[in-house]
Ligand binder design. Structure first.
Ligand code: NAD
Length: 251
């Protein structure tokens, strides 16, 4: 259990049904927050996470919502606010990749990734901050990626979305500062989830060789930093990007 107290706060975690989002959901609940899980496809996984949160004695919701569709986002956040009475924390974690070289990348590959990762983060921020402003408090964490800083072969669409998220985070921090809403980004390195399990062993091996900490990251490695960033310990941080990559970008 992290020694951080988020009792009385409510959180929305997009893509909270699995991988990094699942780890973030559990960490926030362990610290005492009520958590709404937003998911795209697998109701079973989302309901499983919701039950686990309830077992921790916290309120939880699992809501199906495509973050790239504004009507869906508006309706879903309204539901969260009706159930929980407030929205304090937003973790924009939902993301997809459609990797291929620019040479072979279709405009559809491009749009799909930008719509989910970047437009989704924009829409959730735009509509969640309405509720945060009512209480003059908000903590927004956007999950970018180390490749949004370094670039990466075969990921032009994904890299552009993750670099865009960093710019969006800084602008959110500036525009909402007077409302006591902070916005920070995390740039994870190579984290063991369904997204990275698809990589061929050769590529995984190449990545691992470069990680100074000599292991792949876990969802908990990211979740711990989210818990810190939404806690009073980080009240002086806004508009920052925290790289959590075990030294991958230096290796
Ligand atoms: P994952 O594929 O396991 O999970 C992604 C989640 O996003 C799923 O719950 C999925 O349902 C949800 N999602 C996808 N499209 C959605 C949509 N349109 N609306 C709502 N939800 C949607 O991936 P992960 O590895 O856990 O990644 C989580 C985040 O971390 C992503 O933004 C990813 O880009 C980022 N990230 C991951 C790594 C890594 O190594 N795994 C590294 C850097 C950044």
């Amino acid at each position: 259990m992290l020694n951080i107290d988020l009792t009385g706060l409510t959180a929305v975690v997009t893509g909270g049904s699995r991988g990094i989002g699942r780890g973030i959901t559990f960490a926030l609940a362990d610290c005492g927050a009520d958590v709404a899980i937003i998911y795209a496809h697998s109701s079973e996984a989302a309901l499983g996470v919701k039950d686990e949160v309830k077992k921790k004695g916290k309120r939880s919701l699992a809501l199906k919502c495509d973050v790239s569709h504004e009507e869906d986002v508006v309706r879903t956040l309204e539901n969260v606010n009706n159930e929980f009475g407030r929205i304090d924390i937003l973790v924009n974690n939902a993301g997809i990749n459609r990797d291929t070289l620019i040479l072979r990348m279709t405009p559809e590959n491009w749009d799909e990734v930008i719509e989910t990762n970047l437009k989704g983060t924009f829409l959730m921020t735009k509509h969640a901050t309405k509720y945060m402003m009512q209480n003059k408090f908000g903590r927004i964490i956007n999950i970018s990626s180390i490749v949004g800083i370094t670039g990466n072969v075969g990921q032009a669409n994904y890299v552009a979305s993750k670099a865009g998220i960093i710019g969006l985070t800084k602008t959110t921090a500036i525009e909402y500062a007077s409302r006591n809403i902070t916005a920070n980004a995390i740039a994870p390195g190579f984290i063991e989830t369904d997204m990275t399990k698809k990589l061929p062993d050769r590529v995984r091996g190449e990545f691992l060789k470069r990680v100074l900490r000599r292991r792949v990251g876990t969802p908990e490695d990211i979740a711990n930093v989210v818990a810190f960033l939404v806690s009073p310990l980080a009240s002086y941080l806004t508009g920052t990007v925290i790289v959590v990559d075990g030294g991958l970008s230096l290796g």
